[in-house]
Design a protein around this ligand. Structure first.
Ligand SMILES: [Zn+2]
Length: 194
């Protein structure tokens, strides 16, 4: 397994990625201070007080791909090992530097996490996930093969699209929009607290 295999990194949904807040400058170790910068004077960004160092934690949103996986006419929702609560969601992942496109990145994630082969990759929409400072690029991915879970996943479940419900946040809104486009009337539920 290569050292940079995505399985060895935190998934797009783990808390560790979400609080990547700097306290000290990663370049010179001085305590960072909030400061506005030219071009966006209304946004205070954690910045190194030493102008010669010049480090700024820009904290821009990170793009994440997500897949509404359809397999043999059913949706495949998966539970990440990092989640304490019994919550099943979309397959997600970060883009790799080597991914030619988000479409290929999402097909790669489906292969890595479920061992399924995408037969198509259809864009659903983009969604803001403010809590984790992400932009979700969501795709419908019909796929074939036999499911084998990757290292990040604890479990999966099959769901009849006509009976699927959605969580009203980020990837859940992508699922809702895809279900509605198929003529369903999905109802929301709250994500269980972990
Ligand atoms: Zn510094």
């Amino acid at each position: 397994m290569p050292a940079q295999c995505p399985h060895t990194r935190p998934s797009a949904n783990t808390e560790s990625r979400m609080h990547s807040r700097y306290v000290h400058c990663p370049q010179c170790a001085r305590p960072l201070q909030p400061r506005a910068h030219a071009g966006s004077p209304d946004v205070a960004r954690l910045s190194c007080p030493d102008d010669a160092c010049g480090f700024v934690h820009w904290d821009n949103p990170v793009p994440v791909v997500a897949a509404v996986v359809e397999h043999e006419g059913e949706l495949i929702l998966a539970r990440n090992k990092a989640w304490a609560a019994p919550f099943y969601a979309l397959i997600t992942g970060f883009l790799e530097k080597t991914d030619p496109s988000p479409q290929e990145a999402v097909a790669r994630e489906v292969k890595e996490e479920l061992d399924l082969d995408a037969t198509a990759v259809n864009f659903i929409g983009h969604y803001r996930f403010e809590r984790q400072n992400q932009i979700i690029l969501a795709y419908h991915v019909p796929a074939t093969g036999v499911i084998t879970l990757g290292e990040e996943l604890a479990d999966y479940k099959r769901v009849d699209p006509a009976r699927a419900r959605y969580w009203p946040v980020a990837t859940g809104l992508a699922l809702r929009d895809w279900l509605r486009a198929q003529g369903h009337d999905p109802q929301p539920f709250e994500i269980p607290k972990s």
